[in-house]
Design a protein around this ligand. Structure first.
Ligand code: URA
Ligand code: CA
Length: 434
């Protein structure tokens, strides 16, 4: 087999075989095929697309390029959830203990944040003592015992994806549906779950800015998952504004705690119930979505979800008393209000710009090596469609520096107040099962 022929075949719009796909993925992972040939192939894929069969083969070749997590020692149907990345997206912190409280085993492998989107591990580490450096055996034990545990990403999961992603980043081939879908699904499949619920975000703050692109990506990922034997579905949800009110690590933990006690923001609670119901049905702990939702709602009310969260924190070294007293979480020195400059209705809150503002305060990493400040961030008081009066606070900045003019300037540019009769956006746009 020659790499030249594979590039030419894809350039001409023909379908690659599973063997050809495996050949270039293995060759690239082992440094036997140079960057320039893979770059040419990626550009050919960008323009010629891939069939569903090719996408599934590409995904499995990437899965097989590295380690695969074996979760077979965990009893029951293991379900995982993946979000395509949002700002202030606290859902994992809530969903993990919530679905665990109805006996769905959640063996979660999570990452740290980079750029303007926060990582679940960073958020959890704002609970004093909590750590994710646990052995695989301990991880499995904890999931069997508590139904939930979180571990950091293993070193050698999907090395082909790491190399390809770096190359795509510098060859203008990131925004290709088959390449994005196979990249995301390879990591999920290598992480070992039997069922996968995808939360595909759409809107100004999301990777997929419009609904059609989000739907195409969701279809692509669902098709890959189901073809390779993982029960997969997707929900398309709104990211035209941040989810909930809090953006920032400890601030989001506090918001998650309130949500687990049944007092969370409406949108965050609703998204958790929507995704959670799908997970419960995939795990066969309920026959219908309605039955699943009822079970989850009941456990938010009766305290079981909250108790599961505390047990989960404790079992990984965390100080569970923060759940009863969130003021024990890291606190910023300054709380600075952002007054509205005019009256009207909130028309826009550009989520990724707010994420960047939180990063400027120290909540996110500019590079992989940056240290982050767990205490800082932003708490919104208004969402799209809300009425505001001039001078009223739009949000509170939690900062450890006294002067935040750079941040307030950015925030004013990211929030638009208008005299128009603005409506709150939809939260859920579609459910994709094939
Ligand atoms: N996220 C991924 O993991 N891969 C992509 O290609 C794009 C977003
Ligand atoms: Ca939030």
């Amino acid at each position: 087999m020659r790499m030249y022929d594979i590039i030419e075949k894809k350039r001409n719009g023909q379908e690659l075989t599973t063997e050809e796909i495996k050949f270039f993925i293995d060759g690239y992972t082992n440094d036997q095929i140079p960057d320039y040939q893979i770059s040419a192939l990626l550009m050919a894929i960008y323009f010629q697309d891939m069939t569903e069969e090719e996408r599934a083969s590409l995904t499995m070749a990437m899965v097989e390029s590295g380690d695969q997590i074996d979760l077979s020692a965990i009893k029951g149907i293991k379900v995982d959830k993946h979000s395509t990345g949002g700002v202030g997206d606290t859902t994992t912190l809530i969903l993990a203990p919530l679905v665990a409280s109805v006996d769905v085993p959640l063996a979660k492998m999570s990452g740290r944040g980079l750029g303007h989107t926060g990582g679940t591990i960073d958020k959890l580490e704002s609970v004093p003592g909590f750590h994710v450096e646990i052995s695989n055996d301990k991880f499995i034990d904890l999931v069997n015992k508590n139904k939930v545990a979180v571990i950091g990403q293993s070193g050698n999961l999907t090395p082909a994806d790491k190399k390809l992603y770096s190359l795509r980043d510098v060859t203008a081939t990131v925004s290709s549906i088959p390449l994005i879908a196979s990249s995301i699904m390879s990591k999920k499949i290598a992480s070992g779950a039997d069922g996968i619920v995808l939360d595909v975000k759409t809107g100004a703050g999301a990777f997929m800015k419009n609904l059609d692109d989000a739907k195409a990506l969701a279809h692509a990922m669902v098709s890959i998952g189901n073809r390779v034997g993982r029960n997969t579905m997707a929900v398309i949800s709104d990211m035209s504004q941040p989810l909930g009110y809090a953006i920032g690590n400890a601030l989001e933990v506090k918001e998650a705690i309130a949500t687990l006690q049944g007092n969370g923001p409406e949108d965050l609670t609703e998204l958790c119930l929507t995704l959670g119901s799908q997970m419960v049905v995939l795990a066969e702990k309920a026959d219908t979505l309605d039955e699943a939702r009822e079970k989850l709602q009941e456990n938010l009310k009766n305290g079981k979800a909250f108790e599961t969260f505390k047990r989960f924190l404790e079992s990984q070294g965390g100080d569970a008393s923060v759940a009863d007293n969130p003021d024990l979480l890291p606190q910023a020195a300054y709380k600075i209000e952002l007054p509205a400059m005019s009256s009207g209705k909130v028309k826009k809150i550009i989520a990724d710009e707010l994420g960047t503002a939180a990063m400027m305060l120290g909540a996110g990493r500019a590079t992989k090596e940056s240290e982050i400040d767990l205490s800082v961030g932003i708490v919104l008081h208004k969402k799209i469609g809300d009425i505001v009066k001039e001078g009223e606070s739009l949000l509170t900045i939690h900062s450890n520096r006294e002067s935040v003019e750079d941040v307030t300037e950015k925030l004013y540019k990211s929030i638009e107040i208008s005299k128009d009769n603005v409506q709150a956006p939809n939260l859920i746009y579609a459910t994709i099962t094939e």
